[in-house]
Design a protein around this ligand. Structure first.
Ligand code: HEC
Length: 149
């Protein structure tokens, strides 16, 4: 069977090739970035600035530049301890960041599990439970604790 491709068809094939080329470059870049992030653990301040500040604001008050685009205001992260009787709710906060929140809220608060993928360490809860936890998640939660009013 003979199939003749018109100029239009050729243009389509060409643009598909361009997309594939772009995707492979993107993938290569991602692999290099992933390899880099393995060695150097980031500080809590850096993790916060890179992943949270756009919505929650520089000081955690819920006033980041993205606020206007969201249907729900980002939480004021400076009030987490106050809302919990003066005790910073570390475990609850880590669970929320890690992405175990209700499905209907997924669209609002992105899941940071992959971003915070880091070596697991044992984190000991107030009641003595020992929970294997990504170290970057603990670092970030400790940083949030320093932002409390
Ligand atoms: C795209 C905007 C956006 C980004 C980025 C974002 N958040 Fe949020 N966050 C929200 C919104 C909106 C809410 C409140 C609604 C909800 O619960 O989903 C929220 C809620 C929270 C809560 C729950 C607060 C409470 O009162 O229980 C915590 C904790 C939190 N964010 C921490 C973080 C951390 C830490 C990061 C960075 C790793 C982050 N957020 C990044 C939008 C964002």
């Amino acid at each position: 069977m003979y199939f003749e491709m018109g100029a239009d068809g050729q243009a389509k094939v060409f643009s598909i090739l361009k997309v594939l080329n772009f995707l492979s470059l993107t993938l290569a870049t991602m692999i290099v970035l992933a390899a880099c992030s393995v060695q150097a653990p980031q500080s809590g301040a850096t993790l916060y600035r890179e992943n949270c500040q756009v919505c929650h604001g520089r000081t955690g008050a819920g006033d980041g530049p993205n606020v206007g685009d969201l249907p729900i205001a980002p939480a004021n992260l400076r009030l987490l301890a106050e809302a919990n009787g003066g005790v910073f709710p570390t475990e609850q906060v880590m669970i929320e960041i890690y992405g175990y929140r209700g499905k209907d809220l997924d669209a609002l608060m992105p899941e940071f599990g992959p971003v915070l993928d880091s070596p697991q360490v044992i984190w000991t809860a107030a009641d003595g439970r020992e929970i294997p936890t990504p170290s970057a998640l603990i670092t970030l939660a400790q940083y949030l604790e320093t932002l409390q009013n």
